[in-house]
Design a protein around this ligand. Structure first.
Ligand SMILES: [Zn+2]
Length: 478
C-alpha cells in the first residue's frame, strides 16, 4: 500500500540519502522497462540444440534462446516483410565477431553508427553477444528471470525490451568501444548491465510492438481457427500462443504479400483516429488522451483537447482550467477536472543506474497485485515487491483511475512527461487535506525523471495527469 501519508513522506525524504548510499555498493539490478536487462547475454544467446516441442517446453528445459532459433528467424523475416527498413543486417567486418545465435539486425542508423565505429578502429576486436531479440526469446528470458533460473538478474516484459526494437546491442569489450559508440549516438547502459548499449542518435525511432505483431500474424496464418488480434500488444492472449508455438517454427513462414494494416494504431507514422477507438453514442477520449472523438456513420468526429481529455463514466470531456476538490472517506476517488495534482514519491523501483529505490515506510506490495497478475503484467509466482519493481514506472491513485490503467504525467515547469501504470491505493485523504488538492503518489524513478528528485507533499510540486490507453509504452515520453 502507498497511503502511509504525510509524516511517512517526510521521514522517507530524510532517510533517502542513507538508503542510496547503502545501495551503491549493493547488487545492482538493471531496470526492467524501456531498456534492457540481463547481464548474462552470452549464456542467453549461445548456441544450443533446437527444441522439438513448444516454446514453453524449450523454456523449461534450456537456458538458451537458440533452442527456438527457427521460430525467431520466422518472426524476424515477418518483421522485415512488414517494415523492410526497420531491421537491417550488420555487414561483416574483419574486426567484428558475432557470437553464435546472434541475430545481427538493428535499425538502419544504428547499423551505420556501428559500422562507423568498427571502421574507425580496424585493429580492435568487437564481440557482439546480442542484438535483435524476438518476442518469443524475450518471453523465455523473462520466464527465466521470474523462475530465478539461468542467471537472469532482471528482464523486461515481452514487447518492452529495446533488443526487440533493433535499438540495443550487447558488446563484450564494452569499455574499449564506449567512446567510439557514444560519439555515434549509442548510450552505454552503465554498471547495471555493462555489455548493453542503446542507440539514441538521430533516427532512433522505436518499432515497439512490431515483433509482437509479427508473431500474431504468423500465429493467425497457421491457426485460422484460433485467431488473435494483430495489435502488436503483449497480453494474456498472445502469451498463451507464444507458449504453444513450435520451437522449430510454424509450417507457414513469413509472408511479404500480406498487407500491413494502414490504420495500425501502433504505427507511429499513423496516429490517425480510428472509428474503433470511439463510441458511436457519446464522446470518448482518444487513446493518447489528447482529444475526444465520436464515431458517426464510420467517420470520426474528433475534437482536440488542449489540456487533455478527462475520462468520465459517460461522455468524456476536455479538461478545463479549474477544478473542485474533495476527499471524503479514506482516499480520493474523484478526478481533478483540470488534471492537476500535487506529486509525491513512494514504493520500490529501479533507478536509472540500475540501483534500487527502497521505501522504509511502504511494504512495496501493490494493492492492484491480483489485477496485475490476472492481466499477465506480473506472473502468478512473483512476489508483490518483485512485481512492483518490475513495473518501476508506476503510480498510486487506483481509486481515481483504476488498477493497471495508464496515465501520462507531465511536469508543467520543464515539459518532461512519463507514462505510469496505476498499481496501488492512496494517498490518504488526510494527505490530500495537507495539500488542499488531489495528490498523485508516483515511483521514485518517475519523480526522479520528472523533477530530478523525490517529492513529499510539502514540496507542493504540481503534475498534470492525462489518462492514456493500456497499450501506451511505460516510461519517459520522448
Ligand atoms: Zn542488452
Amino acid at each position: 500500500m502507498a497511503n502511509q501519508g504525510f509524516f511517512h513522506r517526510m521521514m522517507t525524504l530524510a532517510a533517502l540519502p542513507l538508503t542510496w548510499g547503502a545501495l551503491v555498493s549493493g547488487c545492482a539490478v538493471p531496470p526492467p522497462d524501456d531498456i534492457q536487462t540481463e547481464d548474462e547475454e552470452s549464456v542467453v544467446d549461445s548456441e544450443s540444440e533446437v527444441g522439438s516441442g513448444t516454446v514453453e517446453q524449450a523454456t523449461n528445459s534450456s537456458c538458451s534462446t537458440a533452442s527456438i532459433k527457427p521460430l525467431s528467424q520466422q518472426i524476424i523475416d515477418e518483421m522485415r516483410c512488414m517494415k523492410p527498413d526497420m531491421v537491417v543486417e550488420l555487414p561483416s567486418r574483419p574486426n567484428l565477431v558475432l557470437t553464435d545465435a546472434v541475430f545481427p539486425y538493428v535499425v538502419k542508423p544504428a547499423r551505420d553508427a556501428m559500422v562507423g565505429a568498427l571502421d574507425a578502429k580496424p585493429n580492435t576486436k568487437m564481440t557482439v553477444n546480442s542484438m535483435l531479440r524476438t518476442v518469443t526469446q524475450q518471453y523465455m528470458v523473462r520466464r527465466w528471470y521470474e523462475q530465478g533460473r539461468c542467471g537472469i538478474a532482471a528482464a523486461a516484459i515481452p514487447g518492452n525490451s529495446n533488443h526487440e526494437t533493433g535499438l540495443a546491442i550487447d558488446i563484450s569489450e564494452n569499455s574499449t568501444w564506449r567512446s567510439a559508440l557514444e560519439t555515434r549516438g549509442f548510450k552505454w547502459f552503465g554498471n547495471g548491465d555493462k555489455p548493453h548499449f542503446d542507440y539514441k542518435g538521430s533516427g532512433a525511432q522505436s518499432q515497439k510492438g512490431l515483433d509482437v505483431e509479427a508473431f500474431q500474424r504468423l500465429w493467425n496464418r497457421n491457426n485460422p481457427n484460433d485467431k488473435i488480434s494483430e495489435d502488436g500488444t503483449w497480453g494474456p492472449q498472445t502469451r498463451q500462443r507464444v507458449q504453444k508455438a513450435p520451437a522449430k517454427g510454424f509450417a507457414l513462414g513469413a509472408s511479404c504479400n500480406e498487407a500491413v494494416d494502414p490504420q495500425d494504431p501502433q504505427d507511429p507514422q499513423d496516429p490517425a483516429a480510428e472509428c474503433s477507438d470511439f463510441s458511436n453514442s457519446e464522446f470518448s477520449c482518444s487513446p493518447d488522451g489528447n482529444s475526444r472523438g465520436l464515431c458517426d456513420a464510420g467517420q470520426v468526429d474528433l475534437q482536440a483537447c488542449s489540456n487533455g481529455c478527462l475520462i468520465q463514466s459517460g461522455n468524456d470531456v476536455c479538461m478545463g482550467t479549474t477544478s473542485s476538490w474533495s476527499c471524503n472517506g479514506s482516499v480520493g476517488t474523484t478526478k481533478m477536472e483540470n488534471g492537476n495534482y500535487v506529486g509525491t514519491s513512494f514504493g520500490c523501483s529501479i533507478a536509472e543506474d540500475g540501483s534500487e529505490f527502497s521505501d522504509p515506510g511502504d511494504n512495496c506490495i501493490p494493492a492492484c497485485l491480483s489485477t496485475l497478475k490476472a492481466q499477465g503484467i506480473c506472473s502468478s509466482s512473483m512476489t508483490g515487491k518483485a512485481c512492483e519493481k518490475s513495473i518501476t514506472w508506476f503510480s498510486a491513485d487506483k481509486n481515481r483511475f483504476g488498477c493497471a490503467s495508464k496515465i501520462r504525467v507531465t511536469n508543467p515547469d520543464n515539459g518532461r512527461a512519463a507514462v505510469l501504470m496505476v498499481i496501488d491505493a492512496g494517498p490518504a485523504c488526510w494527505v490530500e487535506d495537507e495539500a488542499g488538492t488531489g495528490v498523485l503518489d508516483m515511483s521514485y524513478r518517475a519523480t526522479e525523471y520528472l523533477f530530478g528528485e523525490s517529492l513529499g507533499v510539502v514540496d507542493n510540486e504540481k503534475v498534470h495527469v492525462v489518462e492514456v490507453s493500456a497499450d501506451t509504452p511505460l516510461g519517459p515520453v520522448q
